[in-house]
Ligand binder design. Sequence first.
Ligand SMILES: [Zn+2]
Length: 256
Amino acid sequence: MIQRVGEAIVLRTWPFLEADLLVSLFTRDQGRIKGVARHALRSRRRFGGALEPMTYVRASYVERPRQELVRLDAFEILSSPLSQPVDYARTAALQLIAEVLEEALPEQAAEDTVFRLALSILAELQVGRIWLPITYFCLWMNRLMGWMPELGHCVVCGEPLRRQQVLGGSAQGNRQVWYSATSDGVTCFDDRRPGSTPLSAAAVETAQRIFRGPVRDLAAEDWPPNRVPDLRRFAIETLERHLEHRLQSARALDRL
Ligand SMILES: [Zn+2]
């Protein structure tokens, strides 16, 4: 048996046997793991308040030989999303982050960059301030998983795609960025695939800014829900295509 203590983010819990919980944890040192919190429903002393999705904890657990599930002994809360005000939108946004981490991360592979990304997003994701953190997180997850297409060139003809908004005129409009929810890369207008969606110039520019700096810097600006909604949709649909799975929490956010 190996006793471990380390930073982790709670992703999800499921009832398990009678009073136990199965917990999916994103640990800093070992990546995503699953463990059993015995009597978690009865014993609030060891886990009380620390089992909400996206709670940042110091987890004590034991790895057992030939057992896939670790034994979770105790969580010490380092930061709880519930220490800040909560509403429907923030709850759905926190669930989206947890769901993407749960679905995208391989088991037992340390992903320190993703871990730091998740912590920086947690700090910014507050009531009335969810749209930038969500967009930032989903776009970066695509990049860190190797799923982010290059936006500067058409993947079919190789022509450069313009950043500035072009209205009318097929020759110029041809340079707009188009993406499809069913295939890799972005294209020009002429090479767009059936069912393609255009990305606005503002979306392409925002994506470049997101890849250049920390979320904290961009958070100084106003990010109302109608600011680059196409970039958010692009980031989420790209994740969903690679996960081969619709993100439930993204649908919840659509209803806002
Ligand atoms: Zn093209």
